[in-house]
Design a protein around this ligand. Structure first.
Ligand SMILES: [Zn+2]
Length: 323
């Protein structure tokens, strides 16, 4: 038996996925493909009775590899939905409102064959950054409103993309023990971050709001999503649709904060109300970046390169993630 995530009863949680194609120049660990990863994730969700999950994926990687759209075919055939996450995956921190909006419109044309079948026209801001100035925040929100998009925030995440570089290094260097350690840490971090972020929300609102959880289409997600969902279920999580989670005002309301920081919905409310969240971001992220060290391949170096290139491709003003 593991301790329930909430003393108040079941915790309602919608599962959402981001970046099934990841991003251009993001090295994929040997032995994995985006379609294979996605198939493993739909199988894990199927075993846990999860249907109708939304995936938000930037579409630039498919420019050079149109085969990637088979991932969307599979996703929709498995009973899930596709929605808008911009074409380039620029952070609104880096670019202007007109560029950001043009990028939303560009991907909408590309994803229409799949997104057109989804019950709700959702949009997810890249890195959950809703604009670092009032003008940007209001400009994109106004565009989304008049274009029939509903912005779907993330309320609980576990920094899963920070496992990408260590996992790639461990596999490349044949560090089997490192890989095993990363798999355990990935599942444990998912559970611990669910607990601390749900606890912060409960403390702020005096109840358990419905939550929106995020995992990306990464190799470790393929290997570990099943175990994570088992863990969540054992801790009293019940899986709900994104539509049901979005009916909760904690998610539906844009948090009245303008910030460049890398914060999800619960963290934004917590920043606004001055509520601390324990071990968030978790200390384990620094620890895992020591696994299988390789020159130029630490998490800040790899992710910095990938995201700076995205910003440059849109003539943006890049700056690194601010926690
Ligand atoms: Zn993303």
């Amino acid at each position: 038996m593991i301790e329930p995530v909430s003393p108040n009863g079941p915790l309602r949680l919608a599962i959402s996925m981001d970046d099934l194609f990841l991003w251009p120049d993001m090295p994929l660990a040997p032995g994995y493909s985006h379609l294979g990863i996605t198939r493993a994730m739909t199988a894990a969700m199927g075993r846990h009775g999860i249907a109708g999950a939304y995936a938000f994926s930037a579409t630039t990687p498919a420019e050079k590899a149109p085969d990637l759209y088979r991932v969307f075919d599979h996703w929709v055939e498995a009973g899930h939905h596709i929605a808008n996450h911009t074409h380039h995956h620029a952070n609104l921190n880096w670019v202007t409102v007109p560029k950001y909006i043009a990028d939303i419109e560009r991907t909408q044309t590309l994803i229409q064959p799949w997104a057109g079948r989804a019950p709700t026209r959702y949009f997810r801001y890249c890195m959950d950054n809703w604009g670092n100035t009032p003008e940007k925040h209001e400009g994109v929100q106004a565009y989304l409103g008049r274009s029939g998009f509903t912005p779907a925030p993330i309320s609980i995440w576990f920094y899963d993309t920070e496992f990408l570089a260590p996992h790639w290094r461990a596999l490349r260097s044949g560090d089997a023990e490192g890989v095993a350690h990363l798999r355990r840490a990935f599942v444990d971090t998912a559970e611990k971050q669910l607990r601390v972020q749900a606890a912060a929300a409960r403390a702020m609102f005096g109840r358990d709001p419905a939550h929106i959880w995020l995992i990306h289409g990464t190799p470790l997600a393929a290997d570990c999503l099943d175990a994570i969902l088992d863990r969540f279920q054992a801790a009293g999580v019940v899986f709900i649709s994104l539509e049901e989670a979005m009916a909760d005002p904690m998610n539906a309301e844009a948090v009245p904060i303008v910030t460049p920081r890398f914060l999800n919905q619960v963290q934004k409310w917590a920043a606004l109300k001055g509520v601390p969240i324990e071990d968030c971001p978790p200390a384990v992220l620094e620890e895992i970046d020591w696994i299988a060290p390789m020159a130029g391949q630490s998490t800040p170096e790899v992710m910095g390169r990938v995201f700076r290139a995205i910003s440059d491709s849109m003539d943006g003003e890049f700056f690194a993630k601010l926690y």
